[in-house]
Design a binder for this molecule. Structure first.
Ligand SMILES: Cc1ncc(COP(=O)(O)O)c(C=O)c1O
Length: 452
């Protein structure tokens, strides 16, 4: 259990485990209450939640004709059919964005956006360290340096107060990540970007329909990036999108993702005019996505309602701290995280807590680790290219700066997260999550003793 569980592997598996009782809520259902007083499953008792959890992704028979239609049309390539364009229009509308460009993945959406915002070799991008590794990679592939802002332990997102001290004359952009579907505090981030003339690219790859002060994530900076990979709330196996309000930027995104062809050209009728690559979405992907837009809206509302219930209940348990959201914002919960304080559980370690919850039928993970210690960045900064692009002093200071990420270290060491599919279960199942955590709290002394 010491090893971090990968999120995608975890989601696949998730579908398949004293005196403290005085604070039990009067709201708790009798069955759940009984479960809390029983012996923990890890110590031989019955699990609180023997049933499974909703599987993910899902499909409906009603979606099949749309996919079959693409197959039979023999128009599979973006330049020859309509589905991708239709999806772009519909997704932009859903987000309140002027434009949307569908891409092959979230990673390619980030690559397109960073290129268009002129992030070049030798530049620096200020980024959230608490994210999926693709965010780091998109910067590194551009031969730019991902400079990590710290993470606010209360929100788990980029701490705006940590940005300015990290800006150098090489900084081109800020890349905040709405991690787990929780909006970053974008007003101060945008204000800093404006003051220093930096681009803002939102990594909204986990934040479809999340809201910040009345606007959707993905339209809060210069460009927003989304992922439609299989684990995501709007999945098409692989897929992504860039969103924004600037025609000029989106025209350039279109060209770059289409081998550098002139905007709107797919058949070489006009000459190539810019650098580019092939990051196009296929019509099969778009057909599946179009079918799911309504479901995305209803699923999001259900997850939101269940997350609100969890937050209200879990914050009453000593040692459990749900994430704080910025004012007037709505998270969409790709994962539902909370911070775990072992000192309130008789020193029961986070890994043991996760194990005990798993035995109760509640699968959780420890979220992201301090990935800057995992070797990827050492590999990059020791490469010939990076050594050419940055001075030895800069790279040394950069390497040492990882030790300053105290907030992020705290978050990585104490977070426990449920997956989004669990928030789609029935209300009674959600009550089991609360009951299982209360049960572990009540028996934490015995569990800690058994673990030692
Ligand atoms: C925060 C974040 N950024 C970027 C990506 C990359 O998206 P994709 O897997 O579609 O390339 C993901 C996907 O897992 C993500 O969660």
């Amino acid at each position: 259990m010491n090893k971090q569980i990968t999120r995608r592997g975890f989601i696949r598996n998730a579908a398949a485990g004293s005196a403290a009782l005085t604070w039990l809520s009067t709201q708790t259902a009798p069955r759940a209450l009984a479960a809390e007083t029983a012996k923990p499953a890890l110590l031989g008792g019955a699990p609180v939640h023997p049933g499974g959890w909703p599987s993910w992704p899902t499909w409906r028979e009603a979606w099949e004709p749309a996919v079959l239609k693409v197959l039979r049309s023999r128009r599979w390539f973006r330049g020859s059919g309509e589905n991708v364009g239709q999806f772009e229009t519909a997704y932009a509308q859903l987000l309140g964005a002027k434009r949307c460009l569908a891409t092959a993945s979230g990673t390619t959406a980030l690559l397109v956006s960073l290129h268009v915002m002129d992030v070049d070799a030798g530049d620096e991008v200020i980024v959230s360290p608490y994210t999926f590794i693709a965010t780091y990679n998109a910067i590194l592939v551009n031969k730019a340096l991902p400079v990590f802002a710290d993470t606010d332990p209360a929100t788990l997102t980029m701490d705006p107060a940590s940005i300015e001290s990290r800006i150098t004359d090489r900084t081109r952009a800020i890349l905040p990540v709405h991690i787990y579907g929780m909006p970053c505090d974008m007003d101060p981030i945008n204000a800093i970007a404006k003051k220093h003339k930096l681009a803002v690219v939102e990594d909204a790859c986990q934040a479809w329909l999340a809201e910040y002060k009345g606007r959707k994530c993905g339209v809060l900076g210069d460009l927003g990036c989304f992922s439609f990979q299989e684990s995501k709330h709007l999945p098409s196996g692989e897929g992504g999108a860039v969103t924004g309000d600037s025609d000029a930027l989106l025209d350039r995104c279109q060209s770059f993702h289409n081998c550098g062809r002139a905007y709107g050209s797919f058949r070489g009728e006009r000459s190539y005019f810019t650098r580019g690559s092939n990051y196009r979405m296929q019509h099969f992907q778009a057909a599946i996505l179009l079918q799911q837009l309504e479901k995305l809206v209803t699923d999001t509302a259900r997850r939101g309602e269940h997350a609100d219930y969890l937050t209200a209940e879990l914050k009453q348990i000593p040692g459990i701290q749900p994430a704080r959201l910025p004012d007037r914002s709505r998270a969409v919960w790709h994962l539902y995280p909370f911070r775990y304080d072992a000192s309130q559980f008789h020193g029961l370690s986070r890994d043991q807590f996760i194990r005990a919850l798993g035995a109760e039928g509640i699968p959780t993970s420890s979220g992201y680790a301090e990935q800057y210690h995992d070797g990827l960045l050492d590999e990059a900064i020791n490469s010939r290219g990076f050594k050419r692009l940055f001075s030895a002093e800069r790279l040394k200071a950069y390497r040492e700066s990882f030790n300053d990420l105290k907030g992020n270290r705290q978050v990585c060491a104490t977070t426990v997260a449920l997956t989004q599919n669990m928030l789609l279960a029935e209300r009674g199942d959600l009550e089991h999550i609360v009951a299982a955590i209360r049960k572990i709290h009540a028996h934490s002394a015995a569990l800690a003793k058994a673990a030692s």
